[in-house]
Design a protein around this ligand. Structure first.
Ligand code: GDP
Length: 371
């Protein structure tokens, strides 16, 4: 807009609103209407092409903004996010995705920070993402966790993103998976996906990573009791953390116990017998050994094609998961269904209607509606 046009606009504005220029100052009251428009316009300026160019160019600010689109519940944002993901897909998939789990306090954040520093010193770009479907409840502490990764959070080769805010596990997991695509598009060669909180989200993390690392504290009482067999079976690498000071001996003992316990499990599909390591993130010991283990696992699973087979299987799984999620949302967010479902629920609760009939009638209504 040229200067004359601005003046003309101001005059016209003053004329239409108040008749004299003196009243223009009252226009300040209108500012909230004018300014939000301006701010909104400024934020939405990026086109899909600009987002994609920014991400592929490794621009962390643009990457963060694009992830915000993924996490948004606004359908317009969702649509644009899908376009961005699609454009980034040919550039994604080249990283190593590593899931990290362990009880709260096992030392995950501290370990990721320590091994992350080492990984970037090998000139790998790193992304640290988190999954926590319960993050609304414990949001504060998670933010606390992330700010504690101080030594790597300022590193230009490290991108850290806390969990998408609470929602269904499927929704949170999908957003994280889409975030992986963008992170890889931006050049991350290593992606850590940390399961934080206490939710049952190990399986979700497992379904999007190439390998799974379980962190265990040594000396936490009965070593083999505190952990579910199913989670142990998922682990490709187990790390006994905090192996420093008086803990070293206990950590070594735990390592031997876990190693023999793992030997009793059937050979995993990957053909890789899980390895157990001890490490101290504080004393910075054992980190290189763990990373060597990661590389050996990758060499092994690439050579026997499990790596690619696993990724293909995950892609198929996520196709069905996405369909399920969209169908479920479409059903529950249908205005007709929303207005009826409470009544149906009540009738089921009062034994007036069987749950099967209630479900069938609601689904019939829904499918008739969308025809
Ligand atoms: P998370 O909840 O699994 O992410 O665990 P944190 O990384 O927050 O660690 C929990 C506590 O253990 C913190 O107080 C850390 O300082 C401490 N910690 C973590 N790693 C080590 C370690 O290698 N040695 C020792 N001695 N303490 C550690």
């Amino acid at each position: 807009m040229s200067f004359t046009k601005i003046n003309h606009y101001e005059k016209e504005y003053a004329d239409t609103h108040h008749g004299t220029a003196l009243n223009v100052t009252e226009g300040v009251k209108d500012q909230p209407i004018v300014n939000p428009y301006f701010t909104r316009r400024k934020r939405r300026q990026l086109s899909t092409e600009e987002y994609v160019a920014g991400i592929l160019g490794g621009n962390i600010t643009i990457l963060s903004q694009a992830i915000t689109l993924i996490e948004s519940s606004n359908p317009a944002h969702y649509a644009q996010a899908q376009e961005i993901i699609e454009a980034c897909l040919p550039h994604a998939g080249k990283s190593v995705r590593i899931g990290i789990t362990g009880v709260p306090g096992a030392g995950k954040s501290t370990f990721i920070e320590a091994i992350g520093g080492m990984v970037t010193s090998l000139r790998h770009k790193l992304a640290v993402l988190a999954i926590d479907p319960s993050s609304e409840r414990s949001g504060g502490s998670i933010l606390g966790d992330k700010t504690r990764m101080e030594s790597i959070s300022g590193n230009p080769d490290v991108f850290i993103r806390p969990s998408p805010s609470a929602g269904s596990l499927g929704g949170v997991a999908r957003k994280t998976r889409e975030t992986v695509v963008l992170g890889e598009g931006a050049g991350s060669a290593v992606v850590f996906i940390e399961r934080v909180g206490v939710g049952q989200s190990e399986t979700a993390v497992h379904s999007m990573v190439d390998m799974f690392m379980l962190l265990q504290i040594s000396g936490a009482g009965d070593e083999l009791q505190g952990i579910k067999r199913g989670i142990m079976e998922m682990a490709d690498i187990m790390v006994i953390t905090k192996a420093d000071g008086e803990n070293i001996h206990k950590a070594e003992l735990a390592k031997t116990q876990y190693q023999s316990a793992l030997r009793l499990f059937p050979m995993p599909e990957s053909g890789w017998r899980p390895m157990v390591y001890t490490s101290s993130a504080v004393a910075k010991t054992g980190l290189e050994e763990v990373w060597k283990g990661v590389e050996e696992f990758l060499d092994h699973t690439r050579a026997n094609h499990f790596f690619q087979h696993n990724r293909n299987r995950q892609n198929k799984y996520w196709m069905y998961e996405s369909i399920d999620e969209v169908l479920r949302n479409s059903f529950y967010q249908d205005p007709g269904i929303e207005s009826l479902i409470g009544d149906y629920e009540q009738r089921v609760l009062n034994d007036k209607l069987s749950s099967f009939i209630a479900a069938k009638e609601l689904l019939d209504i829904y499918f008739k509606d969308i025809k």
